[in-house]
Design a protein around this ligand. Sequence first.
Ligand SMILES: NC(=O)c1ccc[n+]([C@@H]2O[C@H](COP(=O)([O-])OP(=O)(O)OC[C@H]3O[C@@H](n4cnc5c(N)ncnc54)[C@H](O)[C@@H]3O)[C@@H](O)[C@H]2O)c1
Length: 263
Amino acid sequence: MTLFPGVALITGAASGIGRATAVSFSREGCIKVAICDRDVSGLEETVRLMKRELGVEVEVVSVDMLVESQVEEMVAKVVARWGRIDYAVNAAGIIGNNARSTSTTPAQFDLINNINYRGCWLSSRAELAQMITQEPLGSHDGRPGVRGSVVNIASQLGVVGRPDAPAYCASKAAVIGMTKCDAIDYSKDRIRVNCVCPGVIATPMTEGDAEFRKALEPAIDIAPMRRMGTAQEVADACLFLCSSKASFVQGHALVVDGGYVIN
Ligand SMILES: NC(=O)c1ccc[n+]([C@@H]2O[C@H](COP(=O)([O-])OP(=O)(O)OC[C@H]3O[C@@H](n4cnc5c(N)ncnc54)[C@H](O)[C@@H]3O)[C@@H](O)[C@H]2O)c1
């Protein structure tokens, strides 16, 4: 028996954490998975990886989180196919501009916040609007079911600061604040809303540029575990929070960071 009998939707699924989450859902027996991103060729590779599991059906959605109408259409497309959304993981995001405030332009600030914060708000808002209309789904062991579970991807940098990252850190702190408020507002609708705060994770975001990867070394050393995390380790936290094993976890910001924020 799977922990995931419902429908999953993952944004940012063309790469890194979003892709690992989509593949994990299919591996853990979720057979209705929508993968959403603006990078269509990346989504094709995610489909290829997911199709290693027998019987999984994949809905591929090309979407830009900057465009409200596209985000609304994303949810509508998934609901038109499967009638509901039970697990939503909002992982689409971009890296910061690596500059302090006086060296950051309003355009840079807007782009980072419009994708990482506003885009996450748009997608979670559209998912919540669908979830409140649907009947609760039973749990794996007879606990009261929920109408849905939303997991937003924030960051350890939404919890603590670091040099040269005011726009990025603020965009992720905003995701944590939004998650807590949505958790309060939608508890009465039997919807759970949580977020995951990854530490330094080996994905194209951190490893795409050799110079940037090298500059990350001090940040990796801050965490007591002194290594990068994997996308799989973050995906595992997302699946836990989506599952009925997390039935009493609400409004939580789960750091998956090798201990970075302890100190
Ligand atoms: N990698 C890390 O160390 C780390 C740490 C903390 C938080 N995060 C967060 O985790 C999430 C996933 O990051 P990742 O490391 O997997 O990065 P990634 O670059 O591998 O994947 C990000 C995905 O988001 C998509 N995306 C970006 N802007 C988009 C838009 N406007 N519309 C649609 N899709 C868009 C990209 O196409 C890409 O597929 C991000 O929100 C990121 O901020 C990452």
